[in-house]
Design a protein around this ligand. Structure first.
Ligand code: TYD
Ligand code: MG
Length: 460
């Protein structure tokens, strides 16, 4: 009997089944199963693994960590997210919506790496290779011209075949490789179409083996699905060392680079960029950017301090409360969790006694960024109350605190750095949870400790 050597794979989560299924039992998505050839398992041979890899047990103090030293790219915001720079032999995955600027940041990073290396005397072989599976070489060149990048150590190849690419890589021996994008690369050994789970897994696996073996860093650019996850198997995220997401709202020039996984640094760090006519510009002081167009003395506008990794960012939250013409009022929240907003509205109704049942409530975070922190609760609540009562909040006041269901205000973490950022941006008053009020306030900032939302609204 002929051996059945195909298998059906869910293109969303990578689950496999010997039969076609309409609905994936793992991720519950419909019509995601595609028939694929069973790939011959590629096992890394010992010689293909890193030469420095040690296969015998070694006492911990004797293990050298030189190999995992960060090599700064030279773009401060990118280095921050990477934990100090690119580690030789590491594999970095960058995901993001189409047109967000993934190709741009990779090319800019290459421009920086190539030109930096040439300044270091005696440093050779800092060649970088840009593999483009989507755009032709002249298109890359046009982008580079726009970014004013031109360096003889930046090599470009427009090719999708994995085997051909591996040949070229072994000849060129670049120190950093970028694959734009991993979904367009296919291996001749696998019959399924490019972008399918087996192709992506195989291509990523090959780049990973090469990186580890030759201490070459690889940047993989990944497409995202409509839910915002990196397309292809979840294993892709498990395989690589670092996963970065490039985020931003359409129509806003701000872009956030966020680390969601980093074996060589902290996660939750963000890098802030602005997309300009000449590429991505670093934004070294995000607070001033997000507060730039803040209306002063307008009701419904409150500034909160959100902590992104180790970095405080001041953000303006806006609320608009108007009487509703519908029996079911609207609740729209952009840039924050709508479940949390519903909770805060309920607290305002029950604890403060505001009549919000017949009011439409719209909330927005200025600048197109997101606040996911409970520390912003009290600020959001104060913004809603301010708009409802048509009573502006002091523009030099910052409001911080997590709100509980009974209207109590709970402590938030990282209060010192949030206060320092507030002082830097010229805020003079900060309403904060009582248990946080013990912290020494920076010069020029008055802190007011409160323990309930009632107290906060009396002051604000
Ligand atoms: P790109 O890096 O091609 O996005 P991705 O690779 O994530 O799909 O960026 C494309 C967008 O960025 C495009 O809409 C044009 C814009 N852009 C600028 O505004 N300025 C620039 O200097 C560059 C290179 C692109
Ligand atoms: Mg691109």
């Amino acid at each position: 009997m002929a051996k059945n050597n195909t298998i059906f794979t869910c293109q969303n989560c990578g689950a496999q089944s010997p039969k076609w299924l309409g609905r994936c039992p793992e991720c519950n998505n419909w019509n995601t199963y595609v028939e694929e050839q069973i790939a011959e398992e590629v096992k890394p041979t010992r010689s293909s693994m890193t030469a420095s890899a040690n296969f015998s047990p070694t006492p911990l103090p004797d293990i050298s960590t030189d190999a995992s030293e960060h090599d700064p790219v030279g773009i401060a915001e990118l280095d921050r997210v990477l934990g100090g720079g690119i580690v030789p032999g590491s594999v970095i995955l960058i995901g993001g919506d189409p047109g967000i600027g993934k190709s741009t940041i990779v090319l800019q990073a290459f421009g920086s790496i190539a030109s930096k290396a040439s300044k270091v005397p005696g440093q050779q072989g800092r060649k970088v290779l840009y593999i483009s599976g989507e755009e032709s070489a002249p298109q890359i060149k046009m982008r580079a011209e726009r970014l004013k990048i031109n360096h003889e150590d930046i090599y470009v190849i427009a090719e999708n075949c994995l085997e051909r690419l591996m040949e070229e890589i072994k000849k060129l021996k670049p120190s950093v490789i970028a694959v734009d994008s991993i979904q367009t690369i296919y291996s001749n050994n696998i019959t399924s179409a490019p972008g399918t789970v087996s192709q992506v897994r195989e291509a990523a696996g090959q780049f990973l083996y090469y990186s580890k073996a030759c201490a070459t860093a690889t940047i993989l650019v990944g497409h995202v699905t409509k839910d915002g996850a990196i397309a292809g198997p979840k294993v892709l995220e498990h395989m690589v060392d670092t996963v970065l997401y490039f985020e931003g709202e359409r129509g806003h020039p701000f872009r956030l680079l966020r680390a969601v996984k980093n074996r060589f640094g902290s996660t939750n760090e963000i890098g802030v960029f602005e997309m300009t006519g000449a590429g991505l510009k670093e934004v070294l002081n995000p607070s001033s950017l997000f507060l730039a167009e803040r209306p002063e003395n307008a009701s419904g506008s409150v500034v909160v301090a959100s902590l992104e990794g180790s970095r405080p960012v001041l953000i303006e939250v806006q609320a608009l409360v108007t009487s509703s013409g519908f029996s079911q009022p609207r609740r729209t929240a952009i840039g924050m969790d709508s479940g949390r907003v519903a909770l805060l509205v309920a607290v305002l109704e029950k604890v403060i006694g505001l009549q919000l049942q017949d009011q439409d409530i719209f909330l927005n975070v200025a600048g197109g960024i997101k606040v996911n922190e409970p520390a912003a609760d009290l600020g959001i609540l104060a913004a809603i109350a301010s708009s409802f009562k048509n009573k502006p909040i002091d523009p030099h006041m910052l409001i911080l605190g997590e709100v509980g269901l009974t209207g109590e205000v709970r402590a938030v973490s990282g209060i010192e750095i949030r206060l320092a950022e507030a002082a830097k941006m010229g805020f003079t008053k900060v309403i904060l949870p009582k248990s946080n009020a013990k912290v020494k306030a920076p010069k020029g900032v008055e802190t007011i400790g409160i323990s309930s939302v009632t107290e906060c609204l009396d002051l604000a």
